[in-house]
Design a protein around this ligand. Structure first.
Ligand code: 5GP
Length: 202
């Protein structure tokens, strides 16, 4: 009997939580998410599917599942995505089976997705933890987006417009808003939110 109690205490029979992390491009949410997986036990990052072209530095199946548009549309029809959205003319979505598997195994799953996707997740899973990462200032955001050197000028303009729209849309949907002024501090604040959501007292 003692064994059973121990398992419950360890949370092995408890379904893992979903943690949605959104924020404008260039705000550092990717770095924060990677660190969460490194530093916290039983936390994993959902790998999204996308129709956008793969950048040279990206790896299929690690950064994203890069899919042709027809295959993505098939997934939409099959309802095999937890959420999806069109961003800058490309589809992005969260494969549902992987998320279900991980939460059933008691893992906390981080979804690094946009606000449109965040809204869908919150509607389907009301106890999802919603975290929005904010830039310290608009100037800092512009510098980060233009300074990445990854995108053409028109894409930079689109990213800036979407960034402003996302900050407005985040409104009441996200219960936590973290300003990424100091990266280490932002990581610690997000870790604290996740620990609390999982009922840890430390
Ligand atoms: P990027 O092309 O820079 O990797 O991502 C562009 C935007 O798409 C980012 O805001 C990112 O958070 C969002 N995104 C990435 N994966 C998903 C997803 O699975 N669902 C949704 N709704 N947005 C996503």
């Amino acid at each position: 009997m003692r064994g059973q109690g121990f398992e419950l205490e360890k949370g092995q029979n408890k379904k893992g939580k979903l943690v949605v992390i959104s924020g404008p491009s260039g705000v550092g949410k990717g770095t924060i998410c990677k660190q969460l997986v490194r530093r916290l036990n039983d936390v994993c990052l959902s790998i999204s599917a996308t129709t956008r072209p793969k950048a040279k530095t990206e790896v299929d199946g690690k950064d994203y599942y890069f899919l042709p548009r027809e295959q993505f549309e098939k997934r939409i029809k099959e309802c095999s995505l937890l959420e999806y959205a069109e961003v800058f003319g490309n589809f992005y979505g969260t494969p549902k089976d992987k998320v279900d598997e991980a939460t059933a195994a008691g893992k906390t799953v981080i979804l690094e997705i946009d606000v449109q996707g965040g809204r869908q997740v919150k509607a389907k899973c009301p106890d999802a933890v919603m975290i929005f990462i904010m830039p310290p200032t608009t100037k800092a955001l512009v510098e980060r987006i233009t300074g990445r050197g990854r995108d053409a000028a028109d894409v930079v303009q689109k990213r800036l417009a979407k960034a402003n729209a996302e900050i407005e849309a985040a409104g009441n949907l996200y219960e936590y808003k973290i300003v990424n002024d100091d990266l280490e501090q932002a990581i610690n604040e997000v870790m604290e939110i996740i620990r609390k959501a999982n009922g840890d007292k430390k």
